[in-house]
Design a protein around this ligand. Structure first.
Ligand code: RUB
Length: 321
């Protein structure tokens, strides 16, 4: 590792916070990653354009390596690093900082645009069931509330990290009535809800939705009860590498999130698995709501091609200048 391409401590801290889930949720991770790239660019001490490019790519790799499932992270890195351009360090720096700013603006605009579209599905008096904490899903509820609709929510706790508590808090701030339930109570409450509304970490070319573990079981149960399943996902959740047959890696997390060491020892020899996400096949999803409109999952591939083309470059990878 050469000193000239050393990474800024703030970028390292952002990467650690993403890995530790202090910064979490696909859209929030993307926003934090581009901000870190901009800090790296602004604070870089290198005076050679080649070294600057190498340092930015290294910064991208460091962020990329934090969590594998949410494609918003590599898509955010792509957005900024693909726009890194110039013959001098000053020009390169400016290109990175301005691309990062542009990305952040688009991220927030996309979320509010998709919120308006998702809100059209929600009627006054409806009840939604949520899983995990998705800012895209909450944007739909917020827009509906802004339109004067009164909504209620059944909020799944979402083991093991209980992101449902964050959702419950946000929904209460919006004035939505909240009933918090444990995950295993979901089926019992499905008869009382009008929509299942979730977010996504990645959407594959065949329309499969990758989201917090438990989403697929919820979707299967909701389909059986005739409750529509709506996925709120900005287009940065579209996974371009699945166009060429790649699969989405499901993150496996520490067993300590599931069971404490003492209890584990009391039980004796056992394996503890902690997958953070699962895959919901397109046949269990009614609609994917994006900032570009609402899509049946099977048609999302058209939008994916339009936005990403056939190839998904990896501009953070090491290469010869
Ligand atoms: C978060 C999660 C969220 C999506 C969408 O998982 O699965 O549903 O990331 O969130 P984790 P958003 O807590 O493990 O990061 O709509 O905010 O992008």
């Amino acid at each position: 590792m050469s000193d000239e391409t050393a990474l800024h401590p703030e970028l390292r801290e952002t990467a650690d916070r993403i890995a530790e889930m202090e910064i979490r949720g696909a859209a929030t991770i993307a926003g934090a990653a581009v901000e870190a790239l901009a800090t790296q660019a602004r604070e870089s001490a290198v005076d050679d354009p080649t070294a600057f490019r190498r340092q930015q790519r290294r910064a991208g790799r460091h962020l990329y390596d934090t969590r594998p499932t949410a494609v918003s992270l590599p898509n955010a890195l792509r957005y900024v690093l693909d726009r890194m351009d110039g013959d001098s360090v000053a020009a390169l720096r400016e290109s990175v900082v301005s691309a990062a700013g542009e990305f952040t603006e688009r991220l927030s605009r996309a979320q509010s645009d998709l919120g308006e579209i998702g809100a059209n599905r929600l009627r006054d008096g409806d009840t939604v069931m949520t899983h995990c904490h998705s800012t895209d899903a909450l944007a739909c509820v917020e827009a509906a509330v802004d339109q004067g609709k009164e909504l209620s929510a059944v909020v799944k706790e979402t083991r093991p990290r209980r992101q449902g508590h964050i959702t419950a808090e946000r929904l209460r701030e919006l004035g939505v009535d909240v009933t918090l339930i444990v995950d295993s109570a979901a089926r019992r409450y499905l008869d009382d809800v009008d929509h299942v509304l979730v977010g996504a970490d990645s959407i594959a070319a065949d329309g499969s939705v990758i989201n917090k573990i438990g989403t697929s079981g919820l979707a299967v149960n909701a389909r059986e009860r005739g409750v529509p399943i709506v996925v709120a996902a900005q287009t940065i959740k579209l996974h371009p590498e699945t166009l060429t047959g790649q699969t989405v890696e499901i993150e496996m997390r520490e067993e300590s999130e599931v069971i404490d060491r003492e209890t584990r020892e009391e039980i004796g020899e056992l394996t503890v698995d902690n997958p953070a996400f699962d895959v919901t096949p397109p046949r269990y999803v009614d609609a994917i709501v994006t900032e570009s409109g609402q899509f049946p999952p099977e048609t999302i591939v058209t939008l994916m091609r339009e936005l990403f083309g056939e190839s998904a470059a990896r501009p953070w990878e090491e290469r010869e200048e």
